[in-house]
Ligand binder design. Structure first.
Ligand code: IPE
Ligand code: IPE
Ligand code: MG
Length: 245
């Protein structure tokens, strides 16, 4: 473990990519990959809780995913509604506090009510905070935060924007993982990932298992997080912290 970061990240964010390819390789419709992706998320959330991760934030549907074929988009909306009905009781039992993050205005009334109900049921849970980013875009988030400040007549400052951002209930991600082999952010947490450690995995999301998660956490633990300082400064302050504890 590197002296300047704790072994297990407090907040992990994941771009869950590769569902379509997983299905296509098996000659299945893309939606079969998305269904498998829900199971993979369930497994990943459980594994994160077991490892002491406090917050898991996942990218489930981007602002740009509306541009996919209509049948895939409607399949994903149906899958969200079904996954809610099927998974929320178990997540609640496991102590997961659910949040849905994104522009809810363009979701159907029925889906919106389902999301709200799931959040209300799990609000008191403390084992793992699970943020599901659905109809989310990093640019949308920054713009909506700025609009909220403007509407209240507040000055546009970093601290003000931070408080108005959709993930203001959690600290910034320590580790950002993208599965599926692509090395890009695709408009995910543009503001919040300013100092996140990035790990790219070639595994497709449905195949991202506990071993792959442990590999990503091990890569994170080997990094030195400097936040603009020099390596010597970071090592000095972590030495004096370990003397105190
Ligand atoms: C990610 O998997 C899930 C969503 C974007 C909804 P993809 O559907 O992008 O899978 P690939 O990248 O086509 O394999
Ligand atoms: C990013 O994946 C969005 C989600 C995982 C929800 P995409 O598959 O949409 O990203 P691009 O289009 O390859 O950049
Ligand atoms: Mg993709």
């Amino acid at each position: 473990m590197n002296s300047s970061s704790s072994a297990v990240p407090h907040h992990i964010a994941i771009v869950m990519d590769g569902n379509g390819r997983w299905a296509t390789r098996r000659l299945l419709p893309r939606l079969a990959g998305h269904k498998q992706g829900v199971d993979s998320l369930r497994r990943c959330a459980r594994a994160c809780a077991e490892r002491g991760v406090g917050v898991l934030t996942v990218f489930a549907f981007s602002s740009e995913n509306w541009n996919r074929p209509a049948d895939e988009v409607s399949g994903l909306m149906d899958l969200l509604a079904k996954a809610l009905a099927r998974e929320v009781p178990d997540l609640h039992k496991d102590g997961v506090q659910l949040h849905f993050v994104g522009d809810k205005a363009s979701l159907s009334e029925k889906v919106r009510a389902g999301l709200q109900q799931a959040e209300a049921i799990t609000a008191g849970n403390t084992r793992l905070v699970l943020n599901v980013c659905f109809n989310y875009g990093g640019r949308w988030d920054i713009a909506q935060a700025a609009a909220a400040l403007a509407e209240r007549g507040e000055p546009i400052t970093e601290a003000g924007l931070d408080r108005a951002m959709a993930l203001s209930h959690v600290a910034d991600p320590d580790l950002l993982i993208r599965t599926g082999g692509e090395m890009r952010i695709s408009n995910f947490l543009l503001w919040q990932c300013a100092y996140s450690e990035l790990v790219f995995s070639d595994r497709l999301w449905p195949e991202f298992d506990e071993a792959a998660l442990d590999e990503a956490i091990a890569a994170y633990a080997s990094r030195e997080r400097r936040f603009g300082k020099t390596s010597a400064q970071v090592q000095k302050s972590s030495r004096s912290a370990s003397v105190q504890t």
